[in-house]
Design a protein around this ligand. Structure first.
Ligand code: ASP
Length: 334
């Protein structure tokens, strides 16, 4: 159990009244039921507990290193993490952990564990069960996944879509890996098989990326400035519907110019479900022609992590473009 911070382990600061992370050493006080579980659970609390809004690629690397160092010693890992950026972190970890053969279950909560109606206790205990579950000696969910409320989702297919409901995550383009009620029902046909071969942990991310969300009325100055950000190497462009964008000349010229200078532009849809299909409408045909790369049905969170990972690995531009259009960890359907 790796505790990174987030609401699940938060308490009210008596001075300010706002939520701050508590020391994980107190977890048994908040969750005496843990003593009754029939599993050997070791806890590790990161020194610097954070609200996940402060998440960074450096923290992802620390997290992956902890898993790497302890990989042989455990059947699975539960990561307690704030829900705000959980989908980004789960996506990043999925790219970092190549040949994963054990569950890495991210969970958190909407209400702090110390509160009477907290969803944290259920999420916490069920995640431990999922991380430990085996069938015929094989782990039930050997993937980086997110467990929240009653659904186990593929991490790199998930998005936080609700800031209040206990059911906070959705996976618009991939079925649930498990549905949880009285029983945990694994949807085995959708769960990745445990990978063979040694775990390889990739630890480099390139931060020179950006997200450009299109909106009616977007100005030339804004697009121009965004695309000419010093050092920028990759842009996730959030387009409309099936990958559509304005056909204004200035807009397409700016994109084409940036691509000619080496920028990689990755087309993802603003919709929570469905896929980019460049060329279906006139408004996406030119994007294809000028070299914008299709992200198919990838989420923005996953696209960002994938771009940072591929650039960090130092692949050639043509390799990066190729990988962006392939599913590396089950993150998209091509
Ligand atoms: N702001 C919190 C965080 O993401 C919310 C949560 O834990 O769900 O760390």
């Amino acid at each position: 159990m790796l505790y990174t911070g987030g609401t699940i382990g938060m308490m009210k600061d008596p001075k300010t009244g706002s939520l701050v992370p508590f020391d994980f050493g107190n977890i048994y006080e908040h969750m005496p039921v843990l003593r009754n579980l029939d599993y050997v659970i070791d806890f590790y609390s990161f020194e610097n507990l954070i609200d996940s809004s402060n998440m960074t690629p450096e923290f992802w690397i620390e997290l992956a290193e902890k898993i790497e160092q302890n990989y042989e010693n455990y059947d699975g890992f539960v990561v307690l993490h704030g829900s705000d950026t959980m989908a980004y972190s789960a996506s990043a970890l999925s790219f970092m952990l190549e040949n994963l053969a054990k569950p890495v279950v991210f969970t958190g909560s909407q209400l702090p564990m110390g509160m009477v109606r907290s969803d944290g206790r259920e999420n916490f205990v069920t995640s431990i069960e999922i991380a430990a579950s085996k069938i015929n000696g094989m782990p039930c969910a050997p993937e980086v996944c997110i467990f929240f409320e009653n659904q186990l989702l593929r991490g790199n297919r998930s998005t936080k879509f609700n800031a209040e409901n206990f059911n906070a995550f959705s996976s618009g383009n991939y079925p649930t890996l498990a549905d949880v009620g009285i029983k945990i029902k694994y949807n085995r046909e959708f769960i990745a098989k445990p990978k063979e071969g040694k775990l390889i942990v990739h630890k480099k991310f390139d931060r020179n990326v950006g997200i450009l969300k299109l909106f009616p009325g977007i100005t030339h100055a804004f697009v121009k400035h965004a695309l000419s950000t010093p050092g920028l190497k990759g842009v996730i462009m959030e387009t409309y519907g099936s990958g559509n964008a304005p056909t204004a000349e200035w807009f397409l010229d700016d994109l084409a110019d940036a691509i000619r200078k080496g920028l990689i532009i990755y087309n993802v849809t603003q919709c929570k479900s469905g896929s980019v299909e460049m060329g279906r409408y006139e408004t996406s045909l030119t994007l294809d022609k000028i070299g914008v790369i299709s992200g198919y049905d990838i989420t923005t969170e996953s696209a960002l992590a994938k771009m940072m990972y591929l650039l960090g690995e130092g692949f050639s531009r043509s390799k990066i473009k190729k990988y962006l259009q392939e599913s590396l960890r089950g993150e998209m359907t091509v």
